[in-house]
Design a protein around this ligand. Structure first.
Ligand SMILES: Cc1ncc(C[n+]2csc(CCOP(=O)(O)OP(=O)(O)O)c2C)c(N)n1
Length: 530
């Protein structure tokens, strides 16, 4: 009898990865995807946090080149970081199953933008699956591996916040898709993308996508629920769930393999109903594709491009109700925890009227009162580099006030490149970088990173020592301090460095208060193990 379990979408993905014999899970934390690798590891799977998403994808590509199954997890903006290998691995294809999770965040519950990563599937030419609930997370992930292996191509697996975090009962089907044995076969025409091979590979990719589109038209990844013929709804992912509830009487076509689209099925469905409406969260990707194929569909008004959908909003969409939507009551604004080690640093930066090029992490909250000390924040790793740009552009007196702040995890993610740039293309006034080292990746739920000295499962690992890294790159001064314990000492160093034309890194080191007890327990466990 099938095992039944109540699980979130993320847990279902982890279970499926384990049941499919995934050889290695790689990723970088990011809401709403972060739990997947933790859960996979707890089940007994081998998983790692990579320093960033590009690295995670490239390690996974290596596993797939060895015909092993690999799973890569990241949030939607992580795919921007991994976009370089993404586009070319589509040309190469992989002998082993390679599934890349893109966890999108419509509504920006916890992100800096709400980009719609269905565009990546189209742009890179990579098949995309979009589950609507935990059962589909489980079933589609197993299917993603067989699809990847059958067509020798990577597969994108798009989740959204609601699918990642909602729970439902699933049936676990062990051995749903047994994994092939690892084996290396040299194949330079597929795996070495010099132009001569890449030109052929691009043609092959387009032919492959045409085959997958044909399979999708008659395959097992499109779900039709017959209803009345007055209204037919075409939907993907969580939108299909909302549509089912908003218009239970309607006919519904849920598309699971959303790129390449099953245009034959869509055309046939649209022909059967009087009114055919596309319900989708985010950009009008599906509606535009239908129209480009000459299929007349109705779609949402522009106001519904923004934010997450829900049943009420889908009802409004169907009625083209453009009246103002109810405003959600404002919640309590987020703030740095009482006792957060980042607080004292921001007090000093504020009191010294610094222009602060900020970055992404808990410390972005330094933008809010009572600190109001962060001036810019674009993407992970951008603090050092945008700070350098400000230093180059501003008149001397203002340039001297520019400081870049970055967390430990973010520093190792993409911040290191900024230090290389700083040493190589040095501003006339020098620069000051503060690494806010709370010794954990706090923002996304206390994950380990290469500088904590622990692996994803919190057991000991070799440690990347941040001060050694910046010294080796060639920074003039590296200071380590704890502004919580010694505010004056920190302020003195900061003033001194700002007044000079030198390149300085100040590491403000103190463990995150929330993580401290857990970190102690990991350290105790490691000692006992010895
Ligand atoms: C490209 C990208 N990947 C992942 C994330 C999610 N994310 C936001 S901040 C952060 C790391 C924060 O850790 P750290 O720099 O150590 O700062 P802390 O939160 O501990 O203060 C992550 C992983 C993101 N916003 N962008």
């Amino acid at each position: 009898m099938a095992e039944k379990m109540l699980v979130s979408g993320n847990e279902a993905v982890a279970l499926a990865a384990f049941d499919c014999g995934v050889l290695r899970g790689t990723g970088y934390p990011g809401t709403p995807s972060s739990e997947i690798l933790d859960e996979f590891s707890k089940l007994g799977g081998t998983a790692e946090w990579a320093p960033n998403e590009k690295v995670a994808l490239e390690v996974a590509i290596g596993v797939a080149f060895a015909r092993g199954r690999s799973l890569v997890t990241m949030k939607h903006v992580g795919l921007n970081v991994a976009a370089d290998p993404l586009f070319t691995i589509a040309y190469c294809g992989t002998p082993g199953g390679l599934v890349i999770i893109s966890a999108d965040d419509p509504g920006m519950a916890s992100s800096q933008n709400e980009q719609d990563n269905r565009r990546y599937a189209i742009a890179a030419g990579i098949p995309m699956l979009e589950p609507a609930d935990s059962q589909q997370c489980y079933d589609f992930l197993c299917r993603a591996f067989t699809l990847s292996e059958q067509y020798r191509c990577p597969v994108l697996f798009r989740l959204t916040t609601r699918v990642c975090h909602s729970q439902c009962v699933i049936e676990r089907r062990r051995n749903a898709a047994p994994a092939p044995a690892v084996k290396y076969e040299k194949d330079v025409k597929a795996n070495v993308m010099i132009p001569a091979f890449a030109r052929i590979a691009h043609h092959k990719l387009r032919a492959k996508l045409a085959d997958i589109a044909a399979m999708n038209d008659s395959g097992d990844l499109v779900f039709e629920t017959a209803g009345n013929t007055d209204l037919g709804i075409i939907a993907t992912g969580i939108s299909a769930m909302h549509a089912r509830e908003a218009a239970p009487e309607a006919s519904l076509l849920q598309i699971g393999l959303t790129y390449p689209l099953p245009m034959g099925r869509i055309r046939a469905f649209a022909a059967k109903v009087k009114r055919c409406f596309v319900i989708e969260e985010g950009d009008p990707v599906l509606a535009d594709a239908c129209r480009a194929a000459g299929i007349a569909v109705e779609s949402k008004d522009e106001m519904f491009r923004f934010g997450e959908l829900n049943v009420g909003r889908v009802r409004r969409m169907l009625n083209h109700d453009l009246s103002p939507e109810p405003v959600r009551p404002a919640g309590k604004p987020p703030q740095l925890c009482v006792g957060c080690p980042h607080r004292r640093t921001y007090e000093v930066l504020r009191d010294n009227q610094c222009i602060v090029a900020g970055d992404i992490g808990c410390y972005t909250l330094g933008v809010l009162p009572p600190f109001e000390a962060v001036d810019t924040c674009v993407c992970m790793g951008a603090s050092i580099t945008t700070g350098l740009g400000l230093r180059h552009a501003l008149p001397e007196a203002e340039a001297r006030r520019v400081v870049s702040v970055i967390g430990d995890s973010t520093f190792l993610h993409t911040g290191i490149n900024g230090i290389v740039e700083m040493v190589y293309n040095r501003p006339a006034t020098g620069h000051v970088v503060i690494i806010l080292d709370n010794s954990i990746t706090a923002m996304t739920g206390m994950q380990e990173n290469p500088s904590t000295g622990r692996k994803l499962d919190h057991t000991p690992a070799p440690k990347v020592v941040i001060e050694d890294v910046v010294k080796a790159i060639g920074v003039d001064h590296v200071d380590i301090c704890d502004p919580t314990l010694d505010r004056e000492g920190f302020e003195t160093i900061l003033k001194q460095r700002l007044a000079s034309n030198d390149l300085s890194v100040i590491i403000a080191r103190r463990c995150c208060l929330i993580a401290a007890a857990k970190v102690r327990s990991y350290e105790t466990a490691a000692k006992e193990e010895k």
